[in-house]
Design a protein around this ligand. Structure first.
Ligand code: CU
Length: 629
């Protein structure tokens, strides 16, 4: 083994933590001046505090402070303030880097941090839900509060965990690497699109804490979302929050298409774009078509609430059904927005996990995703079977929904065909990928059950639906994210996580989520409705199991936090990834991937300068050869 190279790489890897947290020391003199000035200011304020204690506190004689103790207080204040201001000015560059700059890798990391944190918030809500349902009316004893928790759990998980992580996090990190381009096409917009997201999340927090919050479910149906039921500003905050989130998504989509369509180099033709990028391409298409419809519906709701229009108010000849149509025209593509990037991730993970250099039927995979995307726009009526929709429409929407099973089946069978004959490696990523395959299929099958209008009339708004979409999203999208996270984590950070513990974590979460959600099928078939904190005694048993499953997966999540901490702490460096050379994002062979990739360096030179540099390099080589002789 080349020891020098080995040592170099180890050093590089050890810098990862500092690369994440520290600063570039470029303008040392400026920084020293800056720190000196700050120090002077701090000393002034500290002396002011000391004088304050001496002249005000001490002179009133109410507080018995001796002269020396005043000096101690002043000295302590000085030290404390100095320390704080030192940190601030030392972190000046840190702040500029993480807030102001627009490197796609940094923004991807920010997305991961933000969405992971939002995921923890959503987890908190689901823990509350399960505690409440462990016995009827056990915990919150408040219907509205329970409904607020349920609503916020749904919104947070969809808009602030899955979408930002899978599109923003993975997308930002991997799309430029996979397309071999320097950065996203509009790097500043990329930065902006991230920073509207915390604002959006804050608005959602405002909604939660203003006048009891909004408890009408994530679908925001009127009349529950009209003034008649929620007169406070909670729903207005929520609408603004979703508007901002939608703005972020639209900016991101345009940016992606610009990067995909215009920044690719000529030799990198469309057929060679990796499947993850293609899945994102379809996702972006869905976002661009669906988000404006949601925005329109929400704006109409906003004007209904605030400037007395009556789009959704029957009294003014409006129609509540209009909102439901518009919402689900967005909402059904939204679930494909959540799951399609996971399809892309799983394709990569399965391909590498069985040691094959290509996925079985890549072209068909792409067209399957396209047809899922297009069909996703004409099935929204399957959410409205119980709302007085006519029989012909029911037949249409039912048929269309069942037809989506075909491209989905194409994808599942192609993943199986890729697995077939390969050597399935016992890597944690394969555990997650196989878990995805099995449970996504289970969720898809219950989806076919629900697509039958006659069955849906019975099962609508029961726990059967809850179980169905949690199998698709909790065990589909989130397992896909876990698979991708474990697969690309060494690429992002240069270190590996603990091999055995990751498998243990998978098994614990596998047990946890199945114990949580499988009993919910039985609850739904038994007729237990969603969104109620109270239930009949005969539903106790399955709710009890579900509650314990939820606790197991909570423990598993804590275990995952520990695994991440341990991985960063132990710094197990990645030297030779066992990834075929077809995987373009791994082509750097230095991990973590350099802050400025190879491509960026090429592009930043003018061609003439590049030629000059190349000539210099060549002549240097020739010279060194000659001198060796
Ligand atoms: Cu749907």
């Amino acid at each position: 083994m080349n020891l020098k190279l080995f040592g170099k790489r180890i050093n590089r890897v050890k810098k990862i933590f500092f690369r994440l947290m520290s600063l570039n020391v470029n303008n040392t003199q400026n920084k020293i001046d800056f720190i000196y000035q700050i120090e002077q200011i701090v000393r002034f304020y500290a002396s002011f505090i000391e004088r304050f204690f001496k002249e005000v506190v001490f002179s009133t004689k109410k507080v018995f402070l001796s002269d020396s103790s005043v000096r101690v207080v002043g000295g302590f204040a000085e030290k404390l303030l100095l320390r704080v201001f030192n940190r601030v000015c030392l972190s000046y560059e840190w702040i500029v880097r993480w807030i102001g700059r627009a490197n796609h890798k940094d923004i991807g990391t920010l997305y991961f941090i933000f969405s992971f944190w939002a995921g923890l918030v959503g987890t908190g809500f689901r823990v509350i839900i399960r505690l409440e349902l462990s016995r009827p009316m056990r915990f919150l004893k408040d219907f509205q509060l329970y409904n607020v928790v349920v609503t916020t759990h749904g919104l947070v998980m969809i808009f602030f965990l899955v979408m930002p992580m899978i599109i923003g996090g993975f997308g930002n990190w991997l799309v430029p690497l996979m397309l071999a381009v320097p950065d996203m096409a509009f790097a500043r917009i990329n930065n902006l699109r991230f920073w509207v997201l915390p604002s959006s999340f804050t608005l959602m927090g405002f909604s939660l804490f203003s006048e009891g919050g909004f408890g009408g479910g994530w679908t925001l149906y009127p009349p529950l979302s009209r003034n008649i039921a929620h007169s406070g500003p909670a729903i207005d905050f929520l609408i603004l929050s979703l508007h901002l989130g939608g703005l972020s998504s639209i900016m991101a989509s345009l940016n992606f298409y610009r990067t995909w369509g215009n920044s690719r180099s000529g030799c990198h033709n469309f057929l060679r774009v990796p499947l993850f990028c293609r899945s994102l391409g379809v996702t972006r298409f869905l976002l661009l078509l669906a988000i404006p419809v949601l925005a329109g519906a929400l704006t109409m709701l906003l004007t209904d609430r605030n400037i007395n229009t009556s789009f959704f108010d029957p009294v003014g000849l409006g129609d509540s059904m209009l909102f439901v149509h518009l919402f689900w025209f967005f909402g059904h593509p939204e679930v494909y927005i959540l799951i399609l990037p996971a399809f892309g991730i799983i394709s990569h993970v399965i391909k590498v996990g069985v040691g094959k250099s290509r996925i079985f039927g890549k072209v068909a995979m792409f067209w399957a995703m396209c047809s899922i995307g297009v069909l996703g726009f004409i099935v929204w009526g399957h959410h409205m079977f119980t709302m007085g929709i006519n029989v012909d429409s029911r037949a249409f929407f039912r048929t269309m929904t069942i037809i989506i099973a075909i491209p989905t089946g194409v994808k599942v069978f192609r993943w199986l065909a890729t697995l077939w004959g390969g050597k399935i490696r016992r890597w944690p990523i394969m555990y997650w990928a196989l878990g995805f395959l099995v449970f996504f299929t289970v969720g898809g099958l219950t989806g076919i059950v629900l697509s039958r209008a006659s069955l849906d009339v019975i099962l609508h708004d029961t726990y059967y639906v809850t179980a169905h979409f949690h199998y698709v999203l909790r065990m589909g999208a989130v397992f896909g994210m876990f698979a991708g996270f474990h697969y690309w984590f060494p690429l992002f950070t240069g270190v590996g996580l603990h091999g055995v513990w990751r498998k243990a974590q998978f098994i614990s979460i596998f047990v946890g989520v199945n114990f949580t959600f499988f009993p919910q099928h039985f609850l739904g078939l038994g007729g237990m409705p969603r969104r109620y904190p109270i239930y009949r005694d005969n539903f106790f048993f399955f709710n009890y199991i579900s509650r314990w499953g939820s606790s197991v997966s909570l423990g598993s999540l804590c275990f995952f936090l520990w695994i991440m901490y341990e991985g960063m702490y132990s710094q197990r460096s990645l030297i030779f990834p066992l990834v075929p050379k077809t995987e373009v994002e791994w082509m750097y062979r230095v991990y973590p991937v350099p802050f400025h990739g190879l491509m960026q360096r090429c592009v930043s030179y003018q061609p003439s300068e590049l030629r000059k540099t190349m000539r210099e390099k060549l002549s240097y080589r020739v010279d060194s050869k000659n001198s060796l002789k």
